[in-house]
Design a protein around this ligand. Structure first.
Ligand SMILES: C=C1C[C@]23C[C@@]1(O)CC[C@H]2[C@@]12CC[C@H](O)[C@@](C)(C(=O)O1)[C@H]2[C@@H]3C(=O)O
Ligand SMILES: O=C(O)CCC(=O)C(=O)O
Ligand SMILES: [Fe+2]
Length: 340
């Protein structure tokens, strides 16, 4: 990977990383049909092997996607000065190119929102800031409510498949009114100047794992999302605007004592078409202890991780760079933890 700094054609995206043209489209992404009686076993298998799968027949009406996508594009097409009024994302609001606060950048603009009904992000943003239409429409809330409901079902199936007791050991954390979950709308503008780089790929969102329990992503029909397989090769995920893509997050890796792995992923920008994605990050309450679930531990099995609360992990994550292996700080020195 190199930092591009010379091409005049790319002046306006200077400092943003590019990487070598990569990878073929991966045909082996596991697909889970939520209505399949075998769904729980397929979810476990996919999460063990890839930390990632595509979910079809999920029951969330397409209309929810199209309505939110239209609102998102209306917002992202506003003049820069109007969008900036909804920023900076500290921690919630509009961000442009900067990801987090430790120097990471990408060819992306976004809205980062809280999903907690107590602190409705939309309201908390609008108290202090101007109110673009997206904050007044019901499209965001309707979408979040529907995706949350579906995610609860997915993690309950996962718990069933793993024989976790009680069955709601994971879903209760996401359902909790203090659940520290968030929602992100990403927009990757087209970058026609990319052609001048002879096919190099512009990093939209650099490689990382998501810190939470589970992330649920839906995008329009543009490619760009890539995941890193166990053998460290990067593969492109074929887009599907009608489906969800589900990621295992770091907290779930710990709660399963490494049996499920959080997936490294990244997004490359396309040269001609803009990508819009919407991601729900399901996290536990801040005070929750994150440790392997007792019902998953074999007799005598030891935790690979030091005990920590979600607040401690999140605080540490937000001090890290995007691509860092954040769980490393919490691995037991003697446990022979899986590492990256
Ligand atoms: C560089 C960063 C951005 C991030 C916080 C962090 O310090 C490290 C984790 C990043 C990440 C990745 C998944 C989600 O998009 C996100 C909202 C999260 O919870 O962790 C982002 C954070 C962010 O954009 O602020
Ligand atoms: O925008 C995408 O498709 C994925 C972005 C992502 O991984 C994130 O926001 O954490
Ligand atoms: Fe992510």
């Amino acid at each position: 990977m190199v930092v591009h700094s010379q091409s005049a054609a790319l002046d306006h995206c200077s400092l943003i990383k590019t990487c070598k043209p990569t990878t073929s489209v991966f045909k082996g992404i596991p697909v889970v049909d939520l209505r399949d009686p075998e769904a729980k076993n397929l979810i476990v298998k996919a999460c063990e092997e890839y930390g990632f799968f595509k979910l079809v027949n999920h029951g969330v009406p397409m209309e929810f996607f199209t309505r939110l996508e239209a609102e998102a594009l209306k917002f992202f097409n506003l003049p820069q000065s109007d969008k900036d009024k909804a920023g900076p994302p500290d921690p919630f609001g509009y961000g442009f190119k900067k990801i987090g606060s430790n120097g990471d950048v990408g060819w992306v603009e976004y809205l980062l929102l809280n999903t907690n009904p107590q602190i409705t992000s939309l309201k908390s943003l609008t108290v202090f800031r101007e109110t673009p239409e997206i904050f007044r429409s019901s499209a965001v809330n309707d979408y979040i409510q529907a995706v949350k409901r579906m995610t609860f079902e997915v993690v309950e199936l996962l718990a069933d498949g793993l024989k976790i007791e009680p069955r709601d050991a994971l879903s209760r954390l996401l359902r909790d009114e203090k659940s520290d979950s968030c929602f992100r709308l990403n927009h990757y503008p087209p970058c026609p100047e990319l052609q001048a780089l002879g096919g190099r790929n512009l990093i939209g969102f650099g490689e990382h794992t998501d810190p939470q329990i589970i992330s649920v992503l839906r995008s329009n029909n543009t490619s760009g999302l890539q995941i890193c397989l166990r053998d460290k090769t990067w593969v492109s995920v074929p887009p599907d605007q009608t489906s969800f893509f589900i990621n295992v997050g770091d907290a779930l890796q710990v709660m399963t004592n490494g049996r499920l792995r959080s997936v490294r992923h990244r997004v490359l920008a396309e040269s001609m078409r803009s990508r819009v994605s919407m991601i729900y990050f399901g996290g536990p309450p801040l005070s929750e202890k994150i440790a392997p679930l007792a019902s998953l531990m074999a007799k005598g099995e030891e935790s690979l991780y030091e005990e920590f609360t979600w607040w401690e992990y999140k605080t540490s994550a937000y001090k890290s760079r995007l691509g860092d292996y954040r769980l490393g700080l919490f691995e037991k020195k003697t446990g022979g933890a899986a590492g990256q």
